[in-house]
Design a protein around this ligand. Structure first.
Ligand SMILES: C[S@@+](CC[C@H](N)C(=O)[O-])C[C@H]1O[C@@H](n2cnc3c(N)ncnc32)[C@H](O)[C@@H]1O
Length: 264
């Protein structure tokens, strides 16, 4: 019974992202909208991984290939993996248009089917918050990393209300009551988003300390949490509303770098 409901949840997540693939890159925070943002992402990745030098990188839940391309810019030999065909189609078209040699594969981040000890680095942005079974996923990533290889998780708690969420809500209500603003229609996919979120592992939000604890239990060591994402967020803010920018800045967003220990 439990397995059947999990299976359905995975299918629903897949369908949800496939439905969002067509317009995914239109949103700041997904595709890169300025050179300043691109430089800030490169700096984050270089800070944890160093230069690519042809080393093998796996971008899990690669979506439309935004992170794969940033890694490719840094000289990594990149494989992107996503379980949504619609997302992969977008990523492959982008790669063809940019002439980047990135291999995009259809696959489940919880069961990649890649060889043991086969990647120098693994990167994943905005996947962990939506994982059904994070322990299975992290165990799998540990397996496919080479000894000494590094994992970089870029994610956040997109659930817990922040001071900015509360302020925006209060102001929106006030402006509506004063007739200064019309009630905003609900975004059609938001209900599906909430339905899925209620059933994933981190339904209360993926906090860095909880994710780090799981990674440690699986054997990653050392683990470093990096909250220095200000330059990325400032660059993104220029392309979103003030309210959204405040919310983004106030959210618990982070990068976690975790290493698979070298064998003696
Ligand atoms: C928020 S998008 C992030 C895309 C990309 N990482 C980025 O940051 O631009 C989430 C992506 O995760 C993919 N996804 C979710 N669960 C997955 C899983 N278990 N295996 C592979 N892909 C998954 C979805 O298909 C979707 O493309």
């Amino acid at each position: 019974m439990h397995q059947a409901s999990n299976y359905n949840l995975r299918e629903e997540i897949k369908e949800y992202w496939s439905m969002r693939a067509a317009t995914f890159d239109e949103q700041p925070g997904h595709e890169i909208f300025s050179e300043t943002e691109r430089v800030a992402w490169h700096a984050l990745f270089e800070r944890h991984f160093g230069k690519g030098d042809g080393r093998k990188a796996l971008d899990l839940a690669s979506g439309t290939g935004v992170i794969s391309h940033l890694m490719h810019d840094l000289g990594f030999a990149v494989t992107g993996m996503d379980w949504s065909e619609a997302m992969l189609e977008k990523a492959r078209a982008k790669s063809k248009q940019r002439g980047s040699k990135i291999r995009f594969l259809l696959g489940d981040a919880e069961r990649t089917l890649e060889d043991d000890d086969s990647y120098d680095v693994i990167i994943t942005r905005h996947l962990v918050w939506t994982l059904v079974d994070p322990v299975a996923a992290f165990t799998e990533w540990f397996r496919v990393l080479k000894p000494g290889g590094k994992l970089l998780i870029v994610d956040g708690d997109f659930v817990s209300p922040t001071w900015a969420t509360k302020l925006n809500k209060a102001l929106a209500g006030l402006f509506e009551r004063l007739g200064m603003r019309k009630p905003v229609a609900a975004v059609p996919h938001m209900q599906t988003h909430h339905d899925i979120l209620a059933r994933v592992h981190f339904s209360d939000g993926a906090r860095a300390d909880e994710v780090s604890k799981m990674l440690r239990q699986i054997g990653f060591d050392p683990i470093a949490v990096d909250f220095n994402l200000k330059k990325i967020h400032s660059a993104q803010k220029k392309h979103i509303s003030l309210a959204k920018g405040l919310e983004r800045g106030a959210q618990h967003r982070y990068a976690i770098c975790a290493q698979k220990p070298l064998v003696d």
